[in-house]
Design a protein around this ligand. Structure first.
Ligand code: CTP
Length: 405
């Protein structure tokens, strides 16, 4: 799978940098073309000459060649690569990546990379376990970066624990598997998919909000299924079960809060998307005025009236903007007149199909681990599915979408 693949290898200043030499060799043996970008400190651990000889390409460290002023374009490097592998990745580089710091060529290349990014951390066990490092890695996961977990064992510090850079042949296997999966089961290879998930949060004042019980489980299951089938997936989520976030390797997660924020984000992503699945429970109304302080209780008022104004219907707007070949799928959660309501929404929002959940079905709807759906297509076709786990329902939905392409 690595034959002919262009791999950009980023090497940072860690004692494990010697393993990067073995990694280059293993990648080249598999037929990959490798270019190496190093940080200044990495040169202290392994020489550019070694890396250049093994990769058969000049090693890049500076933004320009000090000899002749030739510009080392990080944008070109980012576009050139089929995969960007940062191994070893120090806690420092991981932290900078998580925060968008771009003070060397390795980091600017990361920000310019459009390819999948793999990070193989290497550090002492306490640095690895530190909440700051774990937090930064969670950010990277949410940004769609694949973290190749370090192994446990003898560390350069003399301590024994987790933090040892994964062995080069395991890294090669990880990347090989990644391309393999993408190419084998890649029904959606090259397709850009956006899935919305969770319940929007509509602020009342600085401490209170209006929302709903959506957990985001259905949206995340759909996103995971698309990713497993080779799609390039972005999940735009509002409030979701915290355990879901950062769990999907290779999926970009964009956090929004209110219907208005989700609207902005979706309008931005729409032109580049091939498939959009609106699984989020978007508020139809939001408080007309948001107090910038905590509203106080008024002893004389027995009733509190909250005035709400209508939000933008995101699905409806996306339906209006729909371009040739783009697929738009929505959900309808109903408690009565289910079929009628779903069909009205299908038409009004110009969807390709709508997935109906009825709260009258036991095990269907919000915050459950199961769901029972009926799909209504715009051509009048109707498909009823039995009660299944949400990941199984996601497979049905993704199959249905594949059938529409
Ligand atoms: N939706 C949306 N923007 C909104 C409201 C809903 O994009 N402001 C999307 C949902 O993500 C879902 C579909 O539209 O895919 C249907 O949502 P639902 O709340 O069931 O429908 P509404 O049109 O809001 O109708 P109602 O609440 O009256 O049932």
């Amino acid at each position: 799978m690595l034959e002919g693949k262009k791999i950009l290898l980023g090497v940072t200043g860690s004692i494990a940098a010697y393993k990067a030499a073995i990694l280059v060799r293993a990648l080249v043996e598999k037929g990959a073309e490798v270019k190496v970008v190093m940080t200044e400190l990495a040169k202290q651990f392994i020489t550019p000459l070694t890396m250049a000889t093994l990769s058969k390409n000049p090693v890049l460290v500076d933004f320009f060649n000090p000899e002749n002023g030739e510009w080392n374009s990080h944008v070109k490097l980012g576009l050139w690569a089929d995969a960007y592998v940062i191994a070893p990745a120090t806690a420092n580089t991981i932290g900078k990546m998580a925060h968008g710091v771009a003070d060397n060529l390795l980091l600017t290349s990361y920000l310019s990379a459009r390819c999948p990014v793999f990070v193989s951390p290497a550090m002492d066990l306490d640095m690895y376990a530190h909440s700051a490092t774990q937090r930064n890695m969670a950010v990277l996961r949410r940004d769609g970066v694949h973290i190749i977990e370090p192994g446990e064992g003898f560390l350069a510090s003399g301590l024994i624990g987790k933090g040892r850079m994964e062995e080069p042949h395991e890294i090669v296997r990880y990347i090989d598997d990644f391309f393999d999966k993408k190419e084998q089961q890649g029904r959606f290879r090259g397709k850009k998919v956006v899935v919305t998930a969770g319940g929007t949060i509509e602020p009342i004042d600085s401490v209170r909000f209006v929302s709903n019980y959506s957990s985001g489980k259905m949206g995340y299951a759909i996103a995971a299924q698309f990713a497993a089938e080779g799609a390039d997936v972005t999940i735009v989520h509002a409030a979701v079960d915290g355990r879901l976030r950062g769990t999907l390797p290779g999926i970009k997660e964009i956090k929004t809060l209110s219907a208005a924020e989700m609207y902005e984000q979706m309008i931005e992503l729409q032109p580049e998307s091939d498939i959009i699945v609106m699984a989020a429970a978007v508020a139809d109304y939001t408080p007309e005025k948001v107090a910038d302080h905590k509203l106080k209780k008024k002893p004389d008022d027995k009733n509190f009236v909250l005035v709400l104004k209508e939000t933008q219907d995101i699905a409806e707007m996306l339906g209006k903007m729909k371009k040739e070949g783009q697929l738009l799928v929505g959900f309808a959660l109903e408690t009565d007149n289910e079929a009628d309501n779903a069909l009205k929404k299908l038409k009004k929002k110009n969807l390709d199909f709508i997935i109906l959940n009825s709260l009258r079905d036991k095990g269907a709807g919000f915050a459950t681990d199961t769901n029972k759906i009926t799909i209504y297509h715009k051509n009048g076709e109707r498909k009823v599915f039995p009660l299944k786990s949400k990941p199984e329902v996601a497979v049905d939905i993704v199959n249905e979408i594949a059938g529409c392409l």
